[in-house]
Structures are given as C-alpha cells and as structure tokens.
Design a protein around this ligand. Structure first.
Ligand SMILES: Nc1ncnc2c1ncn2[C@@H]1O[C@H](COP(=O)(O)OP(=O)(O)OP(=O)(O)O)[C@@H](O)[C@H]1O
Length: 306
C-alpha cells in the first residue's frame, strides 16, 4: 500500500510556477529521500501534504485518504519535523513533551511512559535542563521526539540535517535508521550523502516534477557508467593518457588535474586490462588505479543538466 500519493499537483506563487504536474508515491514502510536543489519546491510540497497550503490542481492522499486544505484529519497519522523546530525555551524537554501530549490528547495515564520512551529513543536525558541550553543536535532530537509522540505512521522531515554538525548528523541518521520498517519517512534534503546513507527510495525534484524516482541501486544502474580513476604524476601525463584511451579504445576519459576518469561499458577486469596494457606500452605508468564507486551526486548532476 502507498502511504503517500500526489497526483498531478501544481502550485504557483503569482507568476512563479513551482510544482508542475507533480506525481509522487511513497510506499508504506520506506524511507523516501526527497531531493532537490534550493528553491526546487520541497517545502512547498510538504506544506501541501500537511494541508497548510492549497494546490492549484491535483490531489494528495495520505494512507488513501484525500488531504483537504485547512482540515487536519489526515494529519492525525503524520508527524512533522520542520528544518528548525521552535520550542518554549524556558521548559525542560519533558515539560515540552507533556504539553505536546496534552494538545494531541494523549491519555494522561499513558503520557509519562510515552515521553520516557521517546526521550530514550532520541537519546535525551529526562532531567531539569532547560531547552534554552540545548545544542542544535539536541533540539533536532527533541523535535523528532515531539514528531513521534503521537505514534505517526508517516514522519515528514524537512531538511532535518542541514543545520547539524557532522556528529549531530550522524546521530540523527542513526535514529532514522532505527525507525526503518516501523514507520514511513519522507526525508527532504539537498545533502546527498545523507540520502545515500538512509534512504530506500529516492525522488529528484527538478523543474517542478520528479525527474527520477527509484531505489539508489536502480538509479546507479540506469544513470551511471562505471568508472576507473587513474592518478598520474602530472596533468600532462593525464592528458596523454586521455588521448590514448580516446583514440585507441574509443572510451570516454575526463581529465581533472593529474587524474584521468575513464568511463567503461564492459566488465571491470576486461576494461582495466585493456587500459593498463595500452598505457604501459606507451610508457605511461599511473601512480594509482582505482575503481570508482558511483555516487548519488553524479546522478543528481546528470538529472540537473538534463
Ligand atoms: N508563500 C510564498 N510566496 C511566494 N513564493 C514562495 C512562497 N513559498 C515558496 N515560494 C517560492 O517557491 C519556490 C520553492 O520554495 P520552497 O521553499 O518550496 O523550496 P525548497 O525546495 O524547500 O528550497 P530550500 O531547500 O531552499 O528550502 C522558491 O522560489 C520560493 O521563493
């Protein structure tokens, strides 16, 4: 079953058309990386899913139920973590979660136990420290505790890691990994390494539409030719190697300083044997020879250029 479905959604602000017939499907239980450059329309999409704004055309379904602007019925199954969560800084984490529990009408007898479970899940102590003194990472973890307090089936995170330092990001991504399979997560970001670490499925938003949507493994298969990186003593040697592999092997080679990146279509063993023997017969000895693991960044750049 699909936890979230957007069908033919368009949205413009004045003359600026942001979403143009956007179709998006997030299967139940997946961690979906919603990727796009700054201003692509990720936050706009999330606001529409939360019923905080109205699409010009198109329909949105959360767990099969249609989202209606200004009505919150579908939000009962959604937890939302904004990019910079706001709190009452004079409260402790526990007091803040108690307030959230009251607002969302969690039964009083369940509340204390739930808050304790959430604090443990996100690694925050149940103590008297005020939120005022919290680091960005701690704030983000409290944000996720608040978003999960009501047992949502769909967690929407808007650029949750962009304000965090490397350690905070690592902790946050581990937390998302621990939630894998338990709930569905829509994770918007422009940090591609984060998507590569945690997401099962990826959708790249560009020109108001999802240009691609698939698993990372399939995207790599579709978009990327495997590459070999050769490091030479200097740029002159790299350029000489480039000419040889273009002229003699009809392969594509790109020079980046003293590196030559060769794309090949055959298997690694055949390609590397051909390249190495050609270079060695011309007295070009590379200092290093490595198989390149394709990254999501390369796919992203390719989609952006299309
Ligand atoms: N209320 C609004 N009025 C006018 N323009 C808006 C409004 N909200 C968003 N926009 C414009 O719509 C475009 C998409 O914005 P949005 O915030 O959805 O992008 P984003 O992908 O979330 O970007 P970022 O990664 O920078 O947060 C931007 O050009 C933005 O200026």
């Amino acid at each position: 079953m699909n936890m979230l479905e957007l069908k033919g959604v368009t949205k413009a602000f004045g003359a600026k058309s942001v979403l143009k017939d956007l179709n998006l499907i997030v299967p139940q239980g997946s961690i979906f990386g919603f990727v796009g450059e700054n201003g692509a329309g990720k936050t706009t999409t999330m606001k529409l899913i939360l019923g905080l704004d109205k699409p010009d055309t198109g329909t949105i379904f959360v767990k099969g139920q249609q989202v209606n602007f200004g009505q919150t019925a579908t939000n009962q199954v959604i937890g939302y973590l904004p990019d910079v969560p706001e709190f009452y800084d004079y409260m402790t984490a526990t007091e803040y979660l108690q307030l959230c529990g009251e607002i969302t009408k969690i039964a009083k007898q369940e509340r204390a136990e739930k808050i304790e479970t959430m604090l443990q899940l996100v690694g925050l102590p149940n103590n008297k420290h005020r939120i005022k003194g919290f680091s960005r990472g701690m704030r983000q973890r409290l944000g996720i505790a608040q978003a999960l307090l009501n047992d949502p089936e769909l967690l929407i995170c808007d650029e949750p890691t962009s304000a965090l330092d490397p350690e905070g990001r690592h902790d946050f991504l581990q937390l998302l990994t621990r939630l894998r399979g338990k709930i569905t997560i829509l994770f918007s970001t422009h940090i591609l390494s984060d998507v590569q670490t945690v997401c099962d499925e990826i959708g790249i938003l560009h020109h108001g539409q999802l240009q691609v949507t698939d698993t990372l493994t399939n995207l790599k298969k579709t978009y990327l030719k495997p590459q070999i990186a050769l490091t030479f003593q200097d740029i002159a040697q790299a350029k000489a190697g480039q000419q040889l592999i273009i002229n003699e092997l009809a392969l594509i080679g790109e020079v980046q300083e003293n590196k030559l990146l060769v794309s090949y279509g055959s298997d690694y063993k055949t390609a590397s044997q051909k390249i190495l023997s050609l270079l060695l017969t011309h007295d070009l000895v590379p200092l290093a020879f490595n198989q390149v693991e394709p990254t999501l960044e390369q796919i992203f750049l390719q989609v952006m250029q299309s």
